[in-house]
Design a protein around this ligand. Sequence first.
Ligand code: AKG
Ligand code: FE2
Length: 353
Amino acid sequence: MDDAFVQPLEQRPVAPLAEATGVPVIDLSPLTATPPSPVAVGVLAAKVGAACRDWGFFVAVGHGVPEAAVARAADAGRAFFALPAERKAAVRRTERAPLGYYDAEHTKNVRDWREVFDIFPRELPPPPADGGELVFVNKWPDDGDLPGFRDAMEEYAAAVEALAFKVLELVARSLGLRPDRLHGFFGDEQTTYMRINRYPPCPRPDLALGLGRHKDGGALTILRQDGVGGLEVRRRSAAGGEWVRVKPVHGSLVVNVGDIIQVWSNDRYESVEHRVSVNSEKERFSIPYFFNPCRHTVVEPLQEMVSEERPSRYHAYNWGDFFRIRRRSNFGKLEADDIQIAHLRKDKSNNAG
Ligand SMILES: O=C(O)CCC(=O)C(=O)O
Ligand SMILES: [Fe+2]
């Protein structure tokens, strides 16, 4: 195996992991009840708040994303990766136009054992030709190659977007905010993107990771994983900091708190650190949906989350700049590690990330 994939000793997956105890599984069906019960929604918001605080993630069931849409997207993803290499290369990502196919992602400067395909469900208009800006325009494979691929991706993304707004509302409620307090950040110029991941079987699963440890930089991630397993999350340091496996639950979606909610909440909620182990027998597929605000959003603790007793813990930053730097560092091996919100923390003594 190529050395580029070998994780530093302390990051190598250690098997077997402790079976996760108390991983929060939350039934979101009160959201789709007609008419909705304000009491049930209030109870739900409290559960979501506790999971965001104690774990930084939860497993959602009863989420309302139709099973058929999930199945079509999953099948379309498999079919895409099964295309011959040259068909995938035809929609390959470039440094300037970072959507499409890629097979050399790096996380913290170690190569991931996976291939990916990225789309922006809400495409951004192409920037002026010579501005040097990134071009977020989708690269769809030929419909002849892959009939129905685009439709399946768009249908799934639309269903997950509806869920993302509902979860955002629960997060806002749980912080004592107006239910639509966060919606305005997610307008037409959203930088939300959706990815399909394929993790091939790996001859040395003891040395490599499908995806190295990281925190998602956006607001929320909604992830569909198949039945193979491999996703691992790290418990907050207060709870021991050990890695636990997120066992696949049929029909569920995993919801991660990202860095932006950590900052907005002024550290009431914490973005979950996670990684993906691989195995030597089975390929694994997943579909994360990264719910991200508009490019020009200035991210900082919400004014309601800041007080004299709890002053703002972060310097304000421009999301578009953060996103661009992250995308660039994913492109290949760089001199420095990825940018982290820990770098934007005012009190650098708590600098883990
Ligand atoms: O494949 C997975 O289960 C996790 C994917 C993930 O964390 C990511 O793409 O950021
Ligand atoms: Fe992630």
